[in-house]
Design a protein around this ligand. Structure first.
Ligand SMILES: O=C(O)CC[C@@H](O)C(=O)O
Ligand SMILES: [Zn+2]
Length: 562
């Protein structure tokens, strides 16, 4: 394997732009795999070549990660007595719709099915939020979803729609005994048109498989995220997932052309439009995008997939201050223009956490306060190479960037991306993690991390060494290109004092800067109480009215944000 091409001021003068490195084709394999169906295992990344080579080092208190947020963690939350408990007759009815195989129904109501069999459905991939469901239904067709929902609505049975369960806010797991409607068996690609680039596929298709499917015909699925090997496209739409290339391809709100949804009363709203332009009244599908399964179930999507770039480059830099990060971003936009496909920020704490958790070697020998990962995706190798070289020359000679490497092979490209994508998983290394996903105007984006660190230093809750302190470290990273910060507070154990210090402090901090308390992960149960920091009373009232219109009985994903 060739060594990563190191950028240093000394090298800068020696390097002719054309010798920088060969450009190569985009990866379709980079991802980590959460394996939510492996109920017995802990969420286990198979991450990338680089990190898979190294056994993760154990944190001092791994057992603590078994602690869960259950209904008892929310003293103000009571099971809604309007909802019926599932009976033997209900299960029989569901069997008449779905058949009796275990693939279709996991039944702990009439069977002796143990709690452990429900674990991977009842809890999210972090094993942080956990419900008490005893019935998982796995329909295979839209008609089955329709019959199931119609019955649930008539019988006042609450439900939670579930995809790959890789969310971060507890939105895809029940709180009490809601029935889980798991979409994993609805996994057919219905059509792909390689002229228009429109993919029509069912909700349970795994994101990576959708990408590979359109990749065969030189297109790309316009969403990419660390959990692509596990997450499902319907749930990606329901949560309006943002991911790593929103900067380039835009959000689900723009890329989704149509949806097939089942409303709580069983009505099928067939809007699988393939049109880019359809200016005929309210665009109702937008309510389901990011609706987090609160007004109906998305069963299929129609999405516009752009042409796949055939020249992709990744570089990883070290920088000495956040101001330099902003300067580098400004230059990248200016000099790389339309070929810039990702600009990601990582602080020193995030990289050392990733290194500790994965055992992977970091790309740069010396530590820097900040790192950036930059990706270009274009169609003309020579043109891209020239532009990237000019950009690199500039940021190095202006001392905006202190040190850096560029990938010279597919493996290196993956290992650089792993340094960014592996942080989310690494957050749990010490036992648990409080995760915040925030939109903040760029000039102040990193100040939140510094303020959070100062807050924990001041209140005596944080120590890197002393195990009696709950907080180990405060970590900042995110999608610089989208003004989206991920603040992760790594803890040895979940702790009320830490929670009290963080909430609503974080949300107030963000609201004061006119940011958003959720840039891409959604609200789920984790941020249920805080929507008011980002939406006005008028808007919340309207949202409740919309909810009431679609779901008058309130059976869809109850106890969550609305
Ligand atoms: O775990 C997190 O906080 C962020 C996860 C994901 O949105 C990412 O960008 O890596
Ligand atoms: Zn993210």
């Amino acid at each position: 394997m060739p060594a990563l091409h190191r950028l240093t001021p000394a090298l800068r003068r020696l390097r002719a732009p054309t010798t920088l490195r060969p450009l190569f084709h985009p990866s379709t394999t980079r991802s980590f795999h959460i394996s939510p169906r492996a109920s017995e295992e802990k969420a286990s990344p198979t991450t990338t070549a680089s990190s898979a080579d190294h056994a993760p080092q154990e944190g001092p208190d791994r057992a603590q990660s078994k602690i869960k947020y259950t209904a008892d963690s929310y003293p103000d939350l009571k099971r809604d007595s309007r909802f019926k408990k599932v009976t033997k007759e209900d299960v029989e009815h569901f069997r008449s719709i779905l058949g009796s195989s275990e693939a279709a129904i996991l039944d702990g109501v009439t069977n002796e099915t143990g709690e452990e069999d429900f674990e991977s459905y009842n809890s999210d991939w972090m094993r942080k939020y956990r419900g008490q469901c005893k019935l998982v239904l796995k329909p295979e067709t839209t008609e089955q979803v329709s019959k199931v929902l119609k019955y649930c609505n008539e019988q006042m049975l609450a439900v939670v729609p579930q995809g790959g369960n890789s969310g971060l806010v507890g939105g895809s797991v029940p709180v009490f005994d809601e029935i889980i409607i798991n979409l994993s068996r609805m996994n057919q690609v219905r059509s792909f048109d390689d002229v228009s680039g429109v993919l029509v596929a069912e909700s349970g298709v795994i994101l990576q498989q959708a990408d590979e499917h359109v990749g065969k015909q030189s297109h790309i699925f316009p969403l990419d995220l660390g959990a692509k090997g596990t997450c499902q496209i319907g749930a990606n739409v329901a949560t309006n997932a943002g991911g790593l290339r929103l900067l380039r391809y835009g959000s689900m709100h723009g890329n989704i052309l149509g949806l097939e949804c089942v409303l709580p009363d069983g009505t099928i709203m067939d809007d699988l439009s393939k049109l880019r332009k359809n200016n005929t009244g309210y665009d109702l599908k937008q309510l389901f995008i990011g609706g987090e399964g609160t007004i109906g179930i998305i069963t299929a999507i129609s999405i516009l997939c752009p042409q796949r770039s055939n020249a992709v480059n990744v570089a990883y830099f070290g920088l000495e201050s956040y101001e330099k990060v902003m300067e580098a971003f400004k230059e990248a936009k200016k000099q790389l223009g339309e070929i810039l496909s990702a600009f990601e920020l990582m602080d020193a704490a995030s990289q050392s956490l990733y290194h500790k958790a994965s055992g992977a070697k970091l790309p740069l020998e010396e530590a820097h306060p900040f790192y950036c990962l930059i990706e270009t995706s274009g169609s003309n190798t020579e043109h891209d190479s020239e532009k990237l070289n000019a950009f690199l020359e500039h940021v190095m000679s202006e001392e905006i960037v202190s040190d850096g490497v560029v990938a010279e092979s597919e493996t290196q490209l993956q290992s650089l991306w792993a340094c960014r994508e592996g942080i989310s998983e690494a957050g749990q290394h010490w036992g648990g993690v409080y995760k915040y996903d925030l939109s903040i105007p760029l000039p102040e984006l990193y100040t939140l991390v510094e303020d959070a660190r100062a807050m924990f230093e001041g209140n005596g809750l944080m120590s890197a060494e002393d195990e009696s302190f709950p907080v180990v470290d405060v970590v900042g990273y995110g999608h610089m290109g989208d003004s989206n910060l991920h603040l992760n507070v790594a803890v040895r154990r979940y702790d009320k004092a830490v929670e009290k210090a963080l909430e609503p402090w974080v949300y107030e901090w963000v609201a004061k800067r006119s940011g958003s308390i959720s840039a891409e992960h959604g609200l789920g149960i984790a941020k249920k109480a805080y929507i008011g920091y980002s939406r006005s009373e008028t808007m919340i009232k309207l949202m409740k009215q919309v909810k009431g219109l679609f779901d008058p009985n309130g059976i869809m994903n109850p106890y969550k944000y609305i």
